[in-house]
Design a binder for this molecule. Structure first.
Ligand code: ZN
Length: 199
């Protein structure tokens, strides 16, 4: 991508060669997009096609996640302090690159087609809550690791959070089975967007 970009900018503005190079760059961009879209459909269909009735997704606040870190200023000296923005930049890029919101839309679309329910679970503390004792603490989480400061329970943080999301989804499904059945009956008639329930 860098090379193709450079080839465009090295060519005389308005020239035929610049146009040619720009076309090549555009095709390369499209290739990447196409690959990502195909990959997303593949992932979405793998998730939705499993022998399941409902899919619980973390209701991610993606635009919030992409936000810049707050500026930190030293009260005494008035100088800027490290606020983690440079570390966050990498995460921002990873989040945009994965295009989670697009993947979620594809999951919702396929689920509606197959008469399956998509439940969005609010993310509050899902990665900080201990699955063993329920203790919720920021310091439970250390990067990829989850170690409970109360009972010592440990697990991969993302897998633990995923299990918590699943359990919360199950709670909702069990408490709401009548409504759920009604929704499944109407699954084919409604559009994917209105079908999705948010709790
Ligand atoms: Zn615990």
């Amino acid at each position: 991508m860098k090379i193709r970009q450079r080839r465009v900018s090295k060519k005389l503005k308005g020239s035929k060669n610049r146009k040619k190079a720009a076309n090549k760059l555009g095709r390369f961009h499209k290739k990447i997009t196409d690959k990502r879209v195909a990959y997303q459909w593949d992932v979405a269909s793998k998730i939705v096609s499993r022998k399941i009735d409902a899919i619980a997704l973390e209701n991610l606040n993606i635009s919030g996640m992409l936000k810049r870190c707050k500026v930190k200023i030293d009260e005494n000296t008035g100088r800027f302090l490290k606020n983690g923005q440079s570390r966050k930049k990498g995460l921002n890029r990873a989040i945009s690159d994965a295009s989670w919101s697009e993947l979620i839309l594809k999951i919702e679309y396929l689920a509606a087609k197959q008469g399956k329910v998509v439940i969005k679970i609010n993310q509050s503390h899902s990665s900080q809550e201990c699955r063993n004792c329920g203790h919720t603490d920021k310091s439970n989480r250390d990067g990829e690791k989850f170690i409970c400061t109360e009972c010592g329970y440990h697990e991969h943080a993302d897998i633990g959070a995923a299990k918590t999301i699943r359990d919360r989804g199950l709670e909702i499904v069990r408490g709401d089975s009548a409504k759920l059945a009604a929704r499944q009956l109407n699954a084919q008639k409604v559009s994917p967007r209105t079908y999705v329930q948010t709790w």
